[in-house]
Write a protein that binds this ligand. Sequence first.
Ligand code: 5GP
Ligand code: ZN
Length: 117
Amino acid sequence: MAGEPQDDCLFCKIVEGHVPATIVRETESTVAFRDINPQAPVHILVIPKVHYANAAALATAEPTVAADVLREAQAVADEEKLESYRLVFNTGPGAGQTVFHAHAHILGGRGMQWPPG
Ligand code: 5GP
Ligand code: ZN
């Protein structure tokens, strides 16, 4: 489902201000906030305000907002002065997705290995 805030969705609650978060940027269509369990010195999530279960659903249904998420990821990286960073969309439980509201992870401030775990 997309569109209406989902009662059981943590990130919809952050968008609505019902769950606190350290918000670093906000636009008409997106919110960026610090991850509660950072995996790098900089670990920020960018989400669309509208609920989509994952990045694939977002890109199909709202490509303009999907582009907004990518643009905001770069804006966050600029603000955090990250020359290099990793942009991750875990998509599906097998890839480590635990919150089923589309989000981009911006990870930076340390060296990164490839392949990822
Ligand atoms: P996923 O595993 O779905 O790709 O990423 C979900 C992310 O949300 C995880 O990195 C997790 O640490 C973060 N997270 C979970 N609960 C909260 C919360 O209440 N607040 C914030 N700021 N991040 C959260
Ligand atoms: Zn949601």
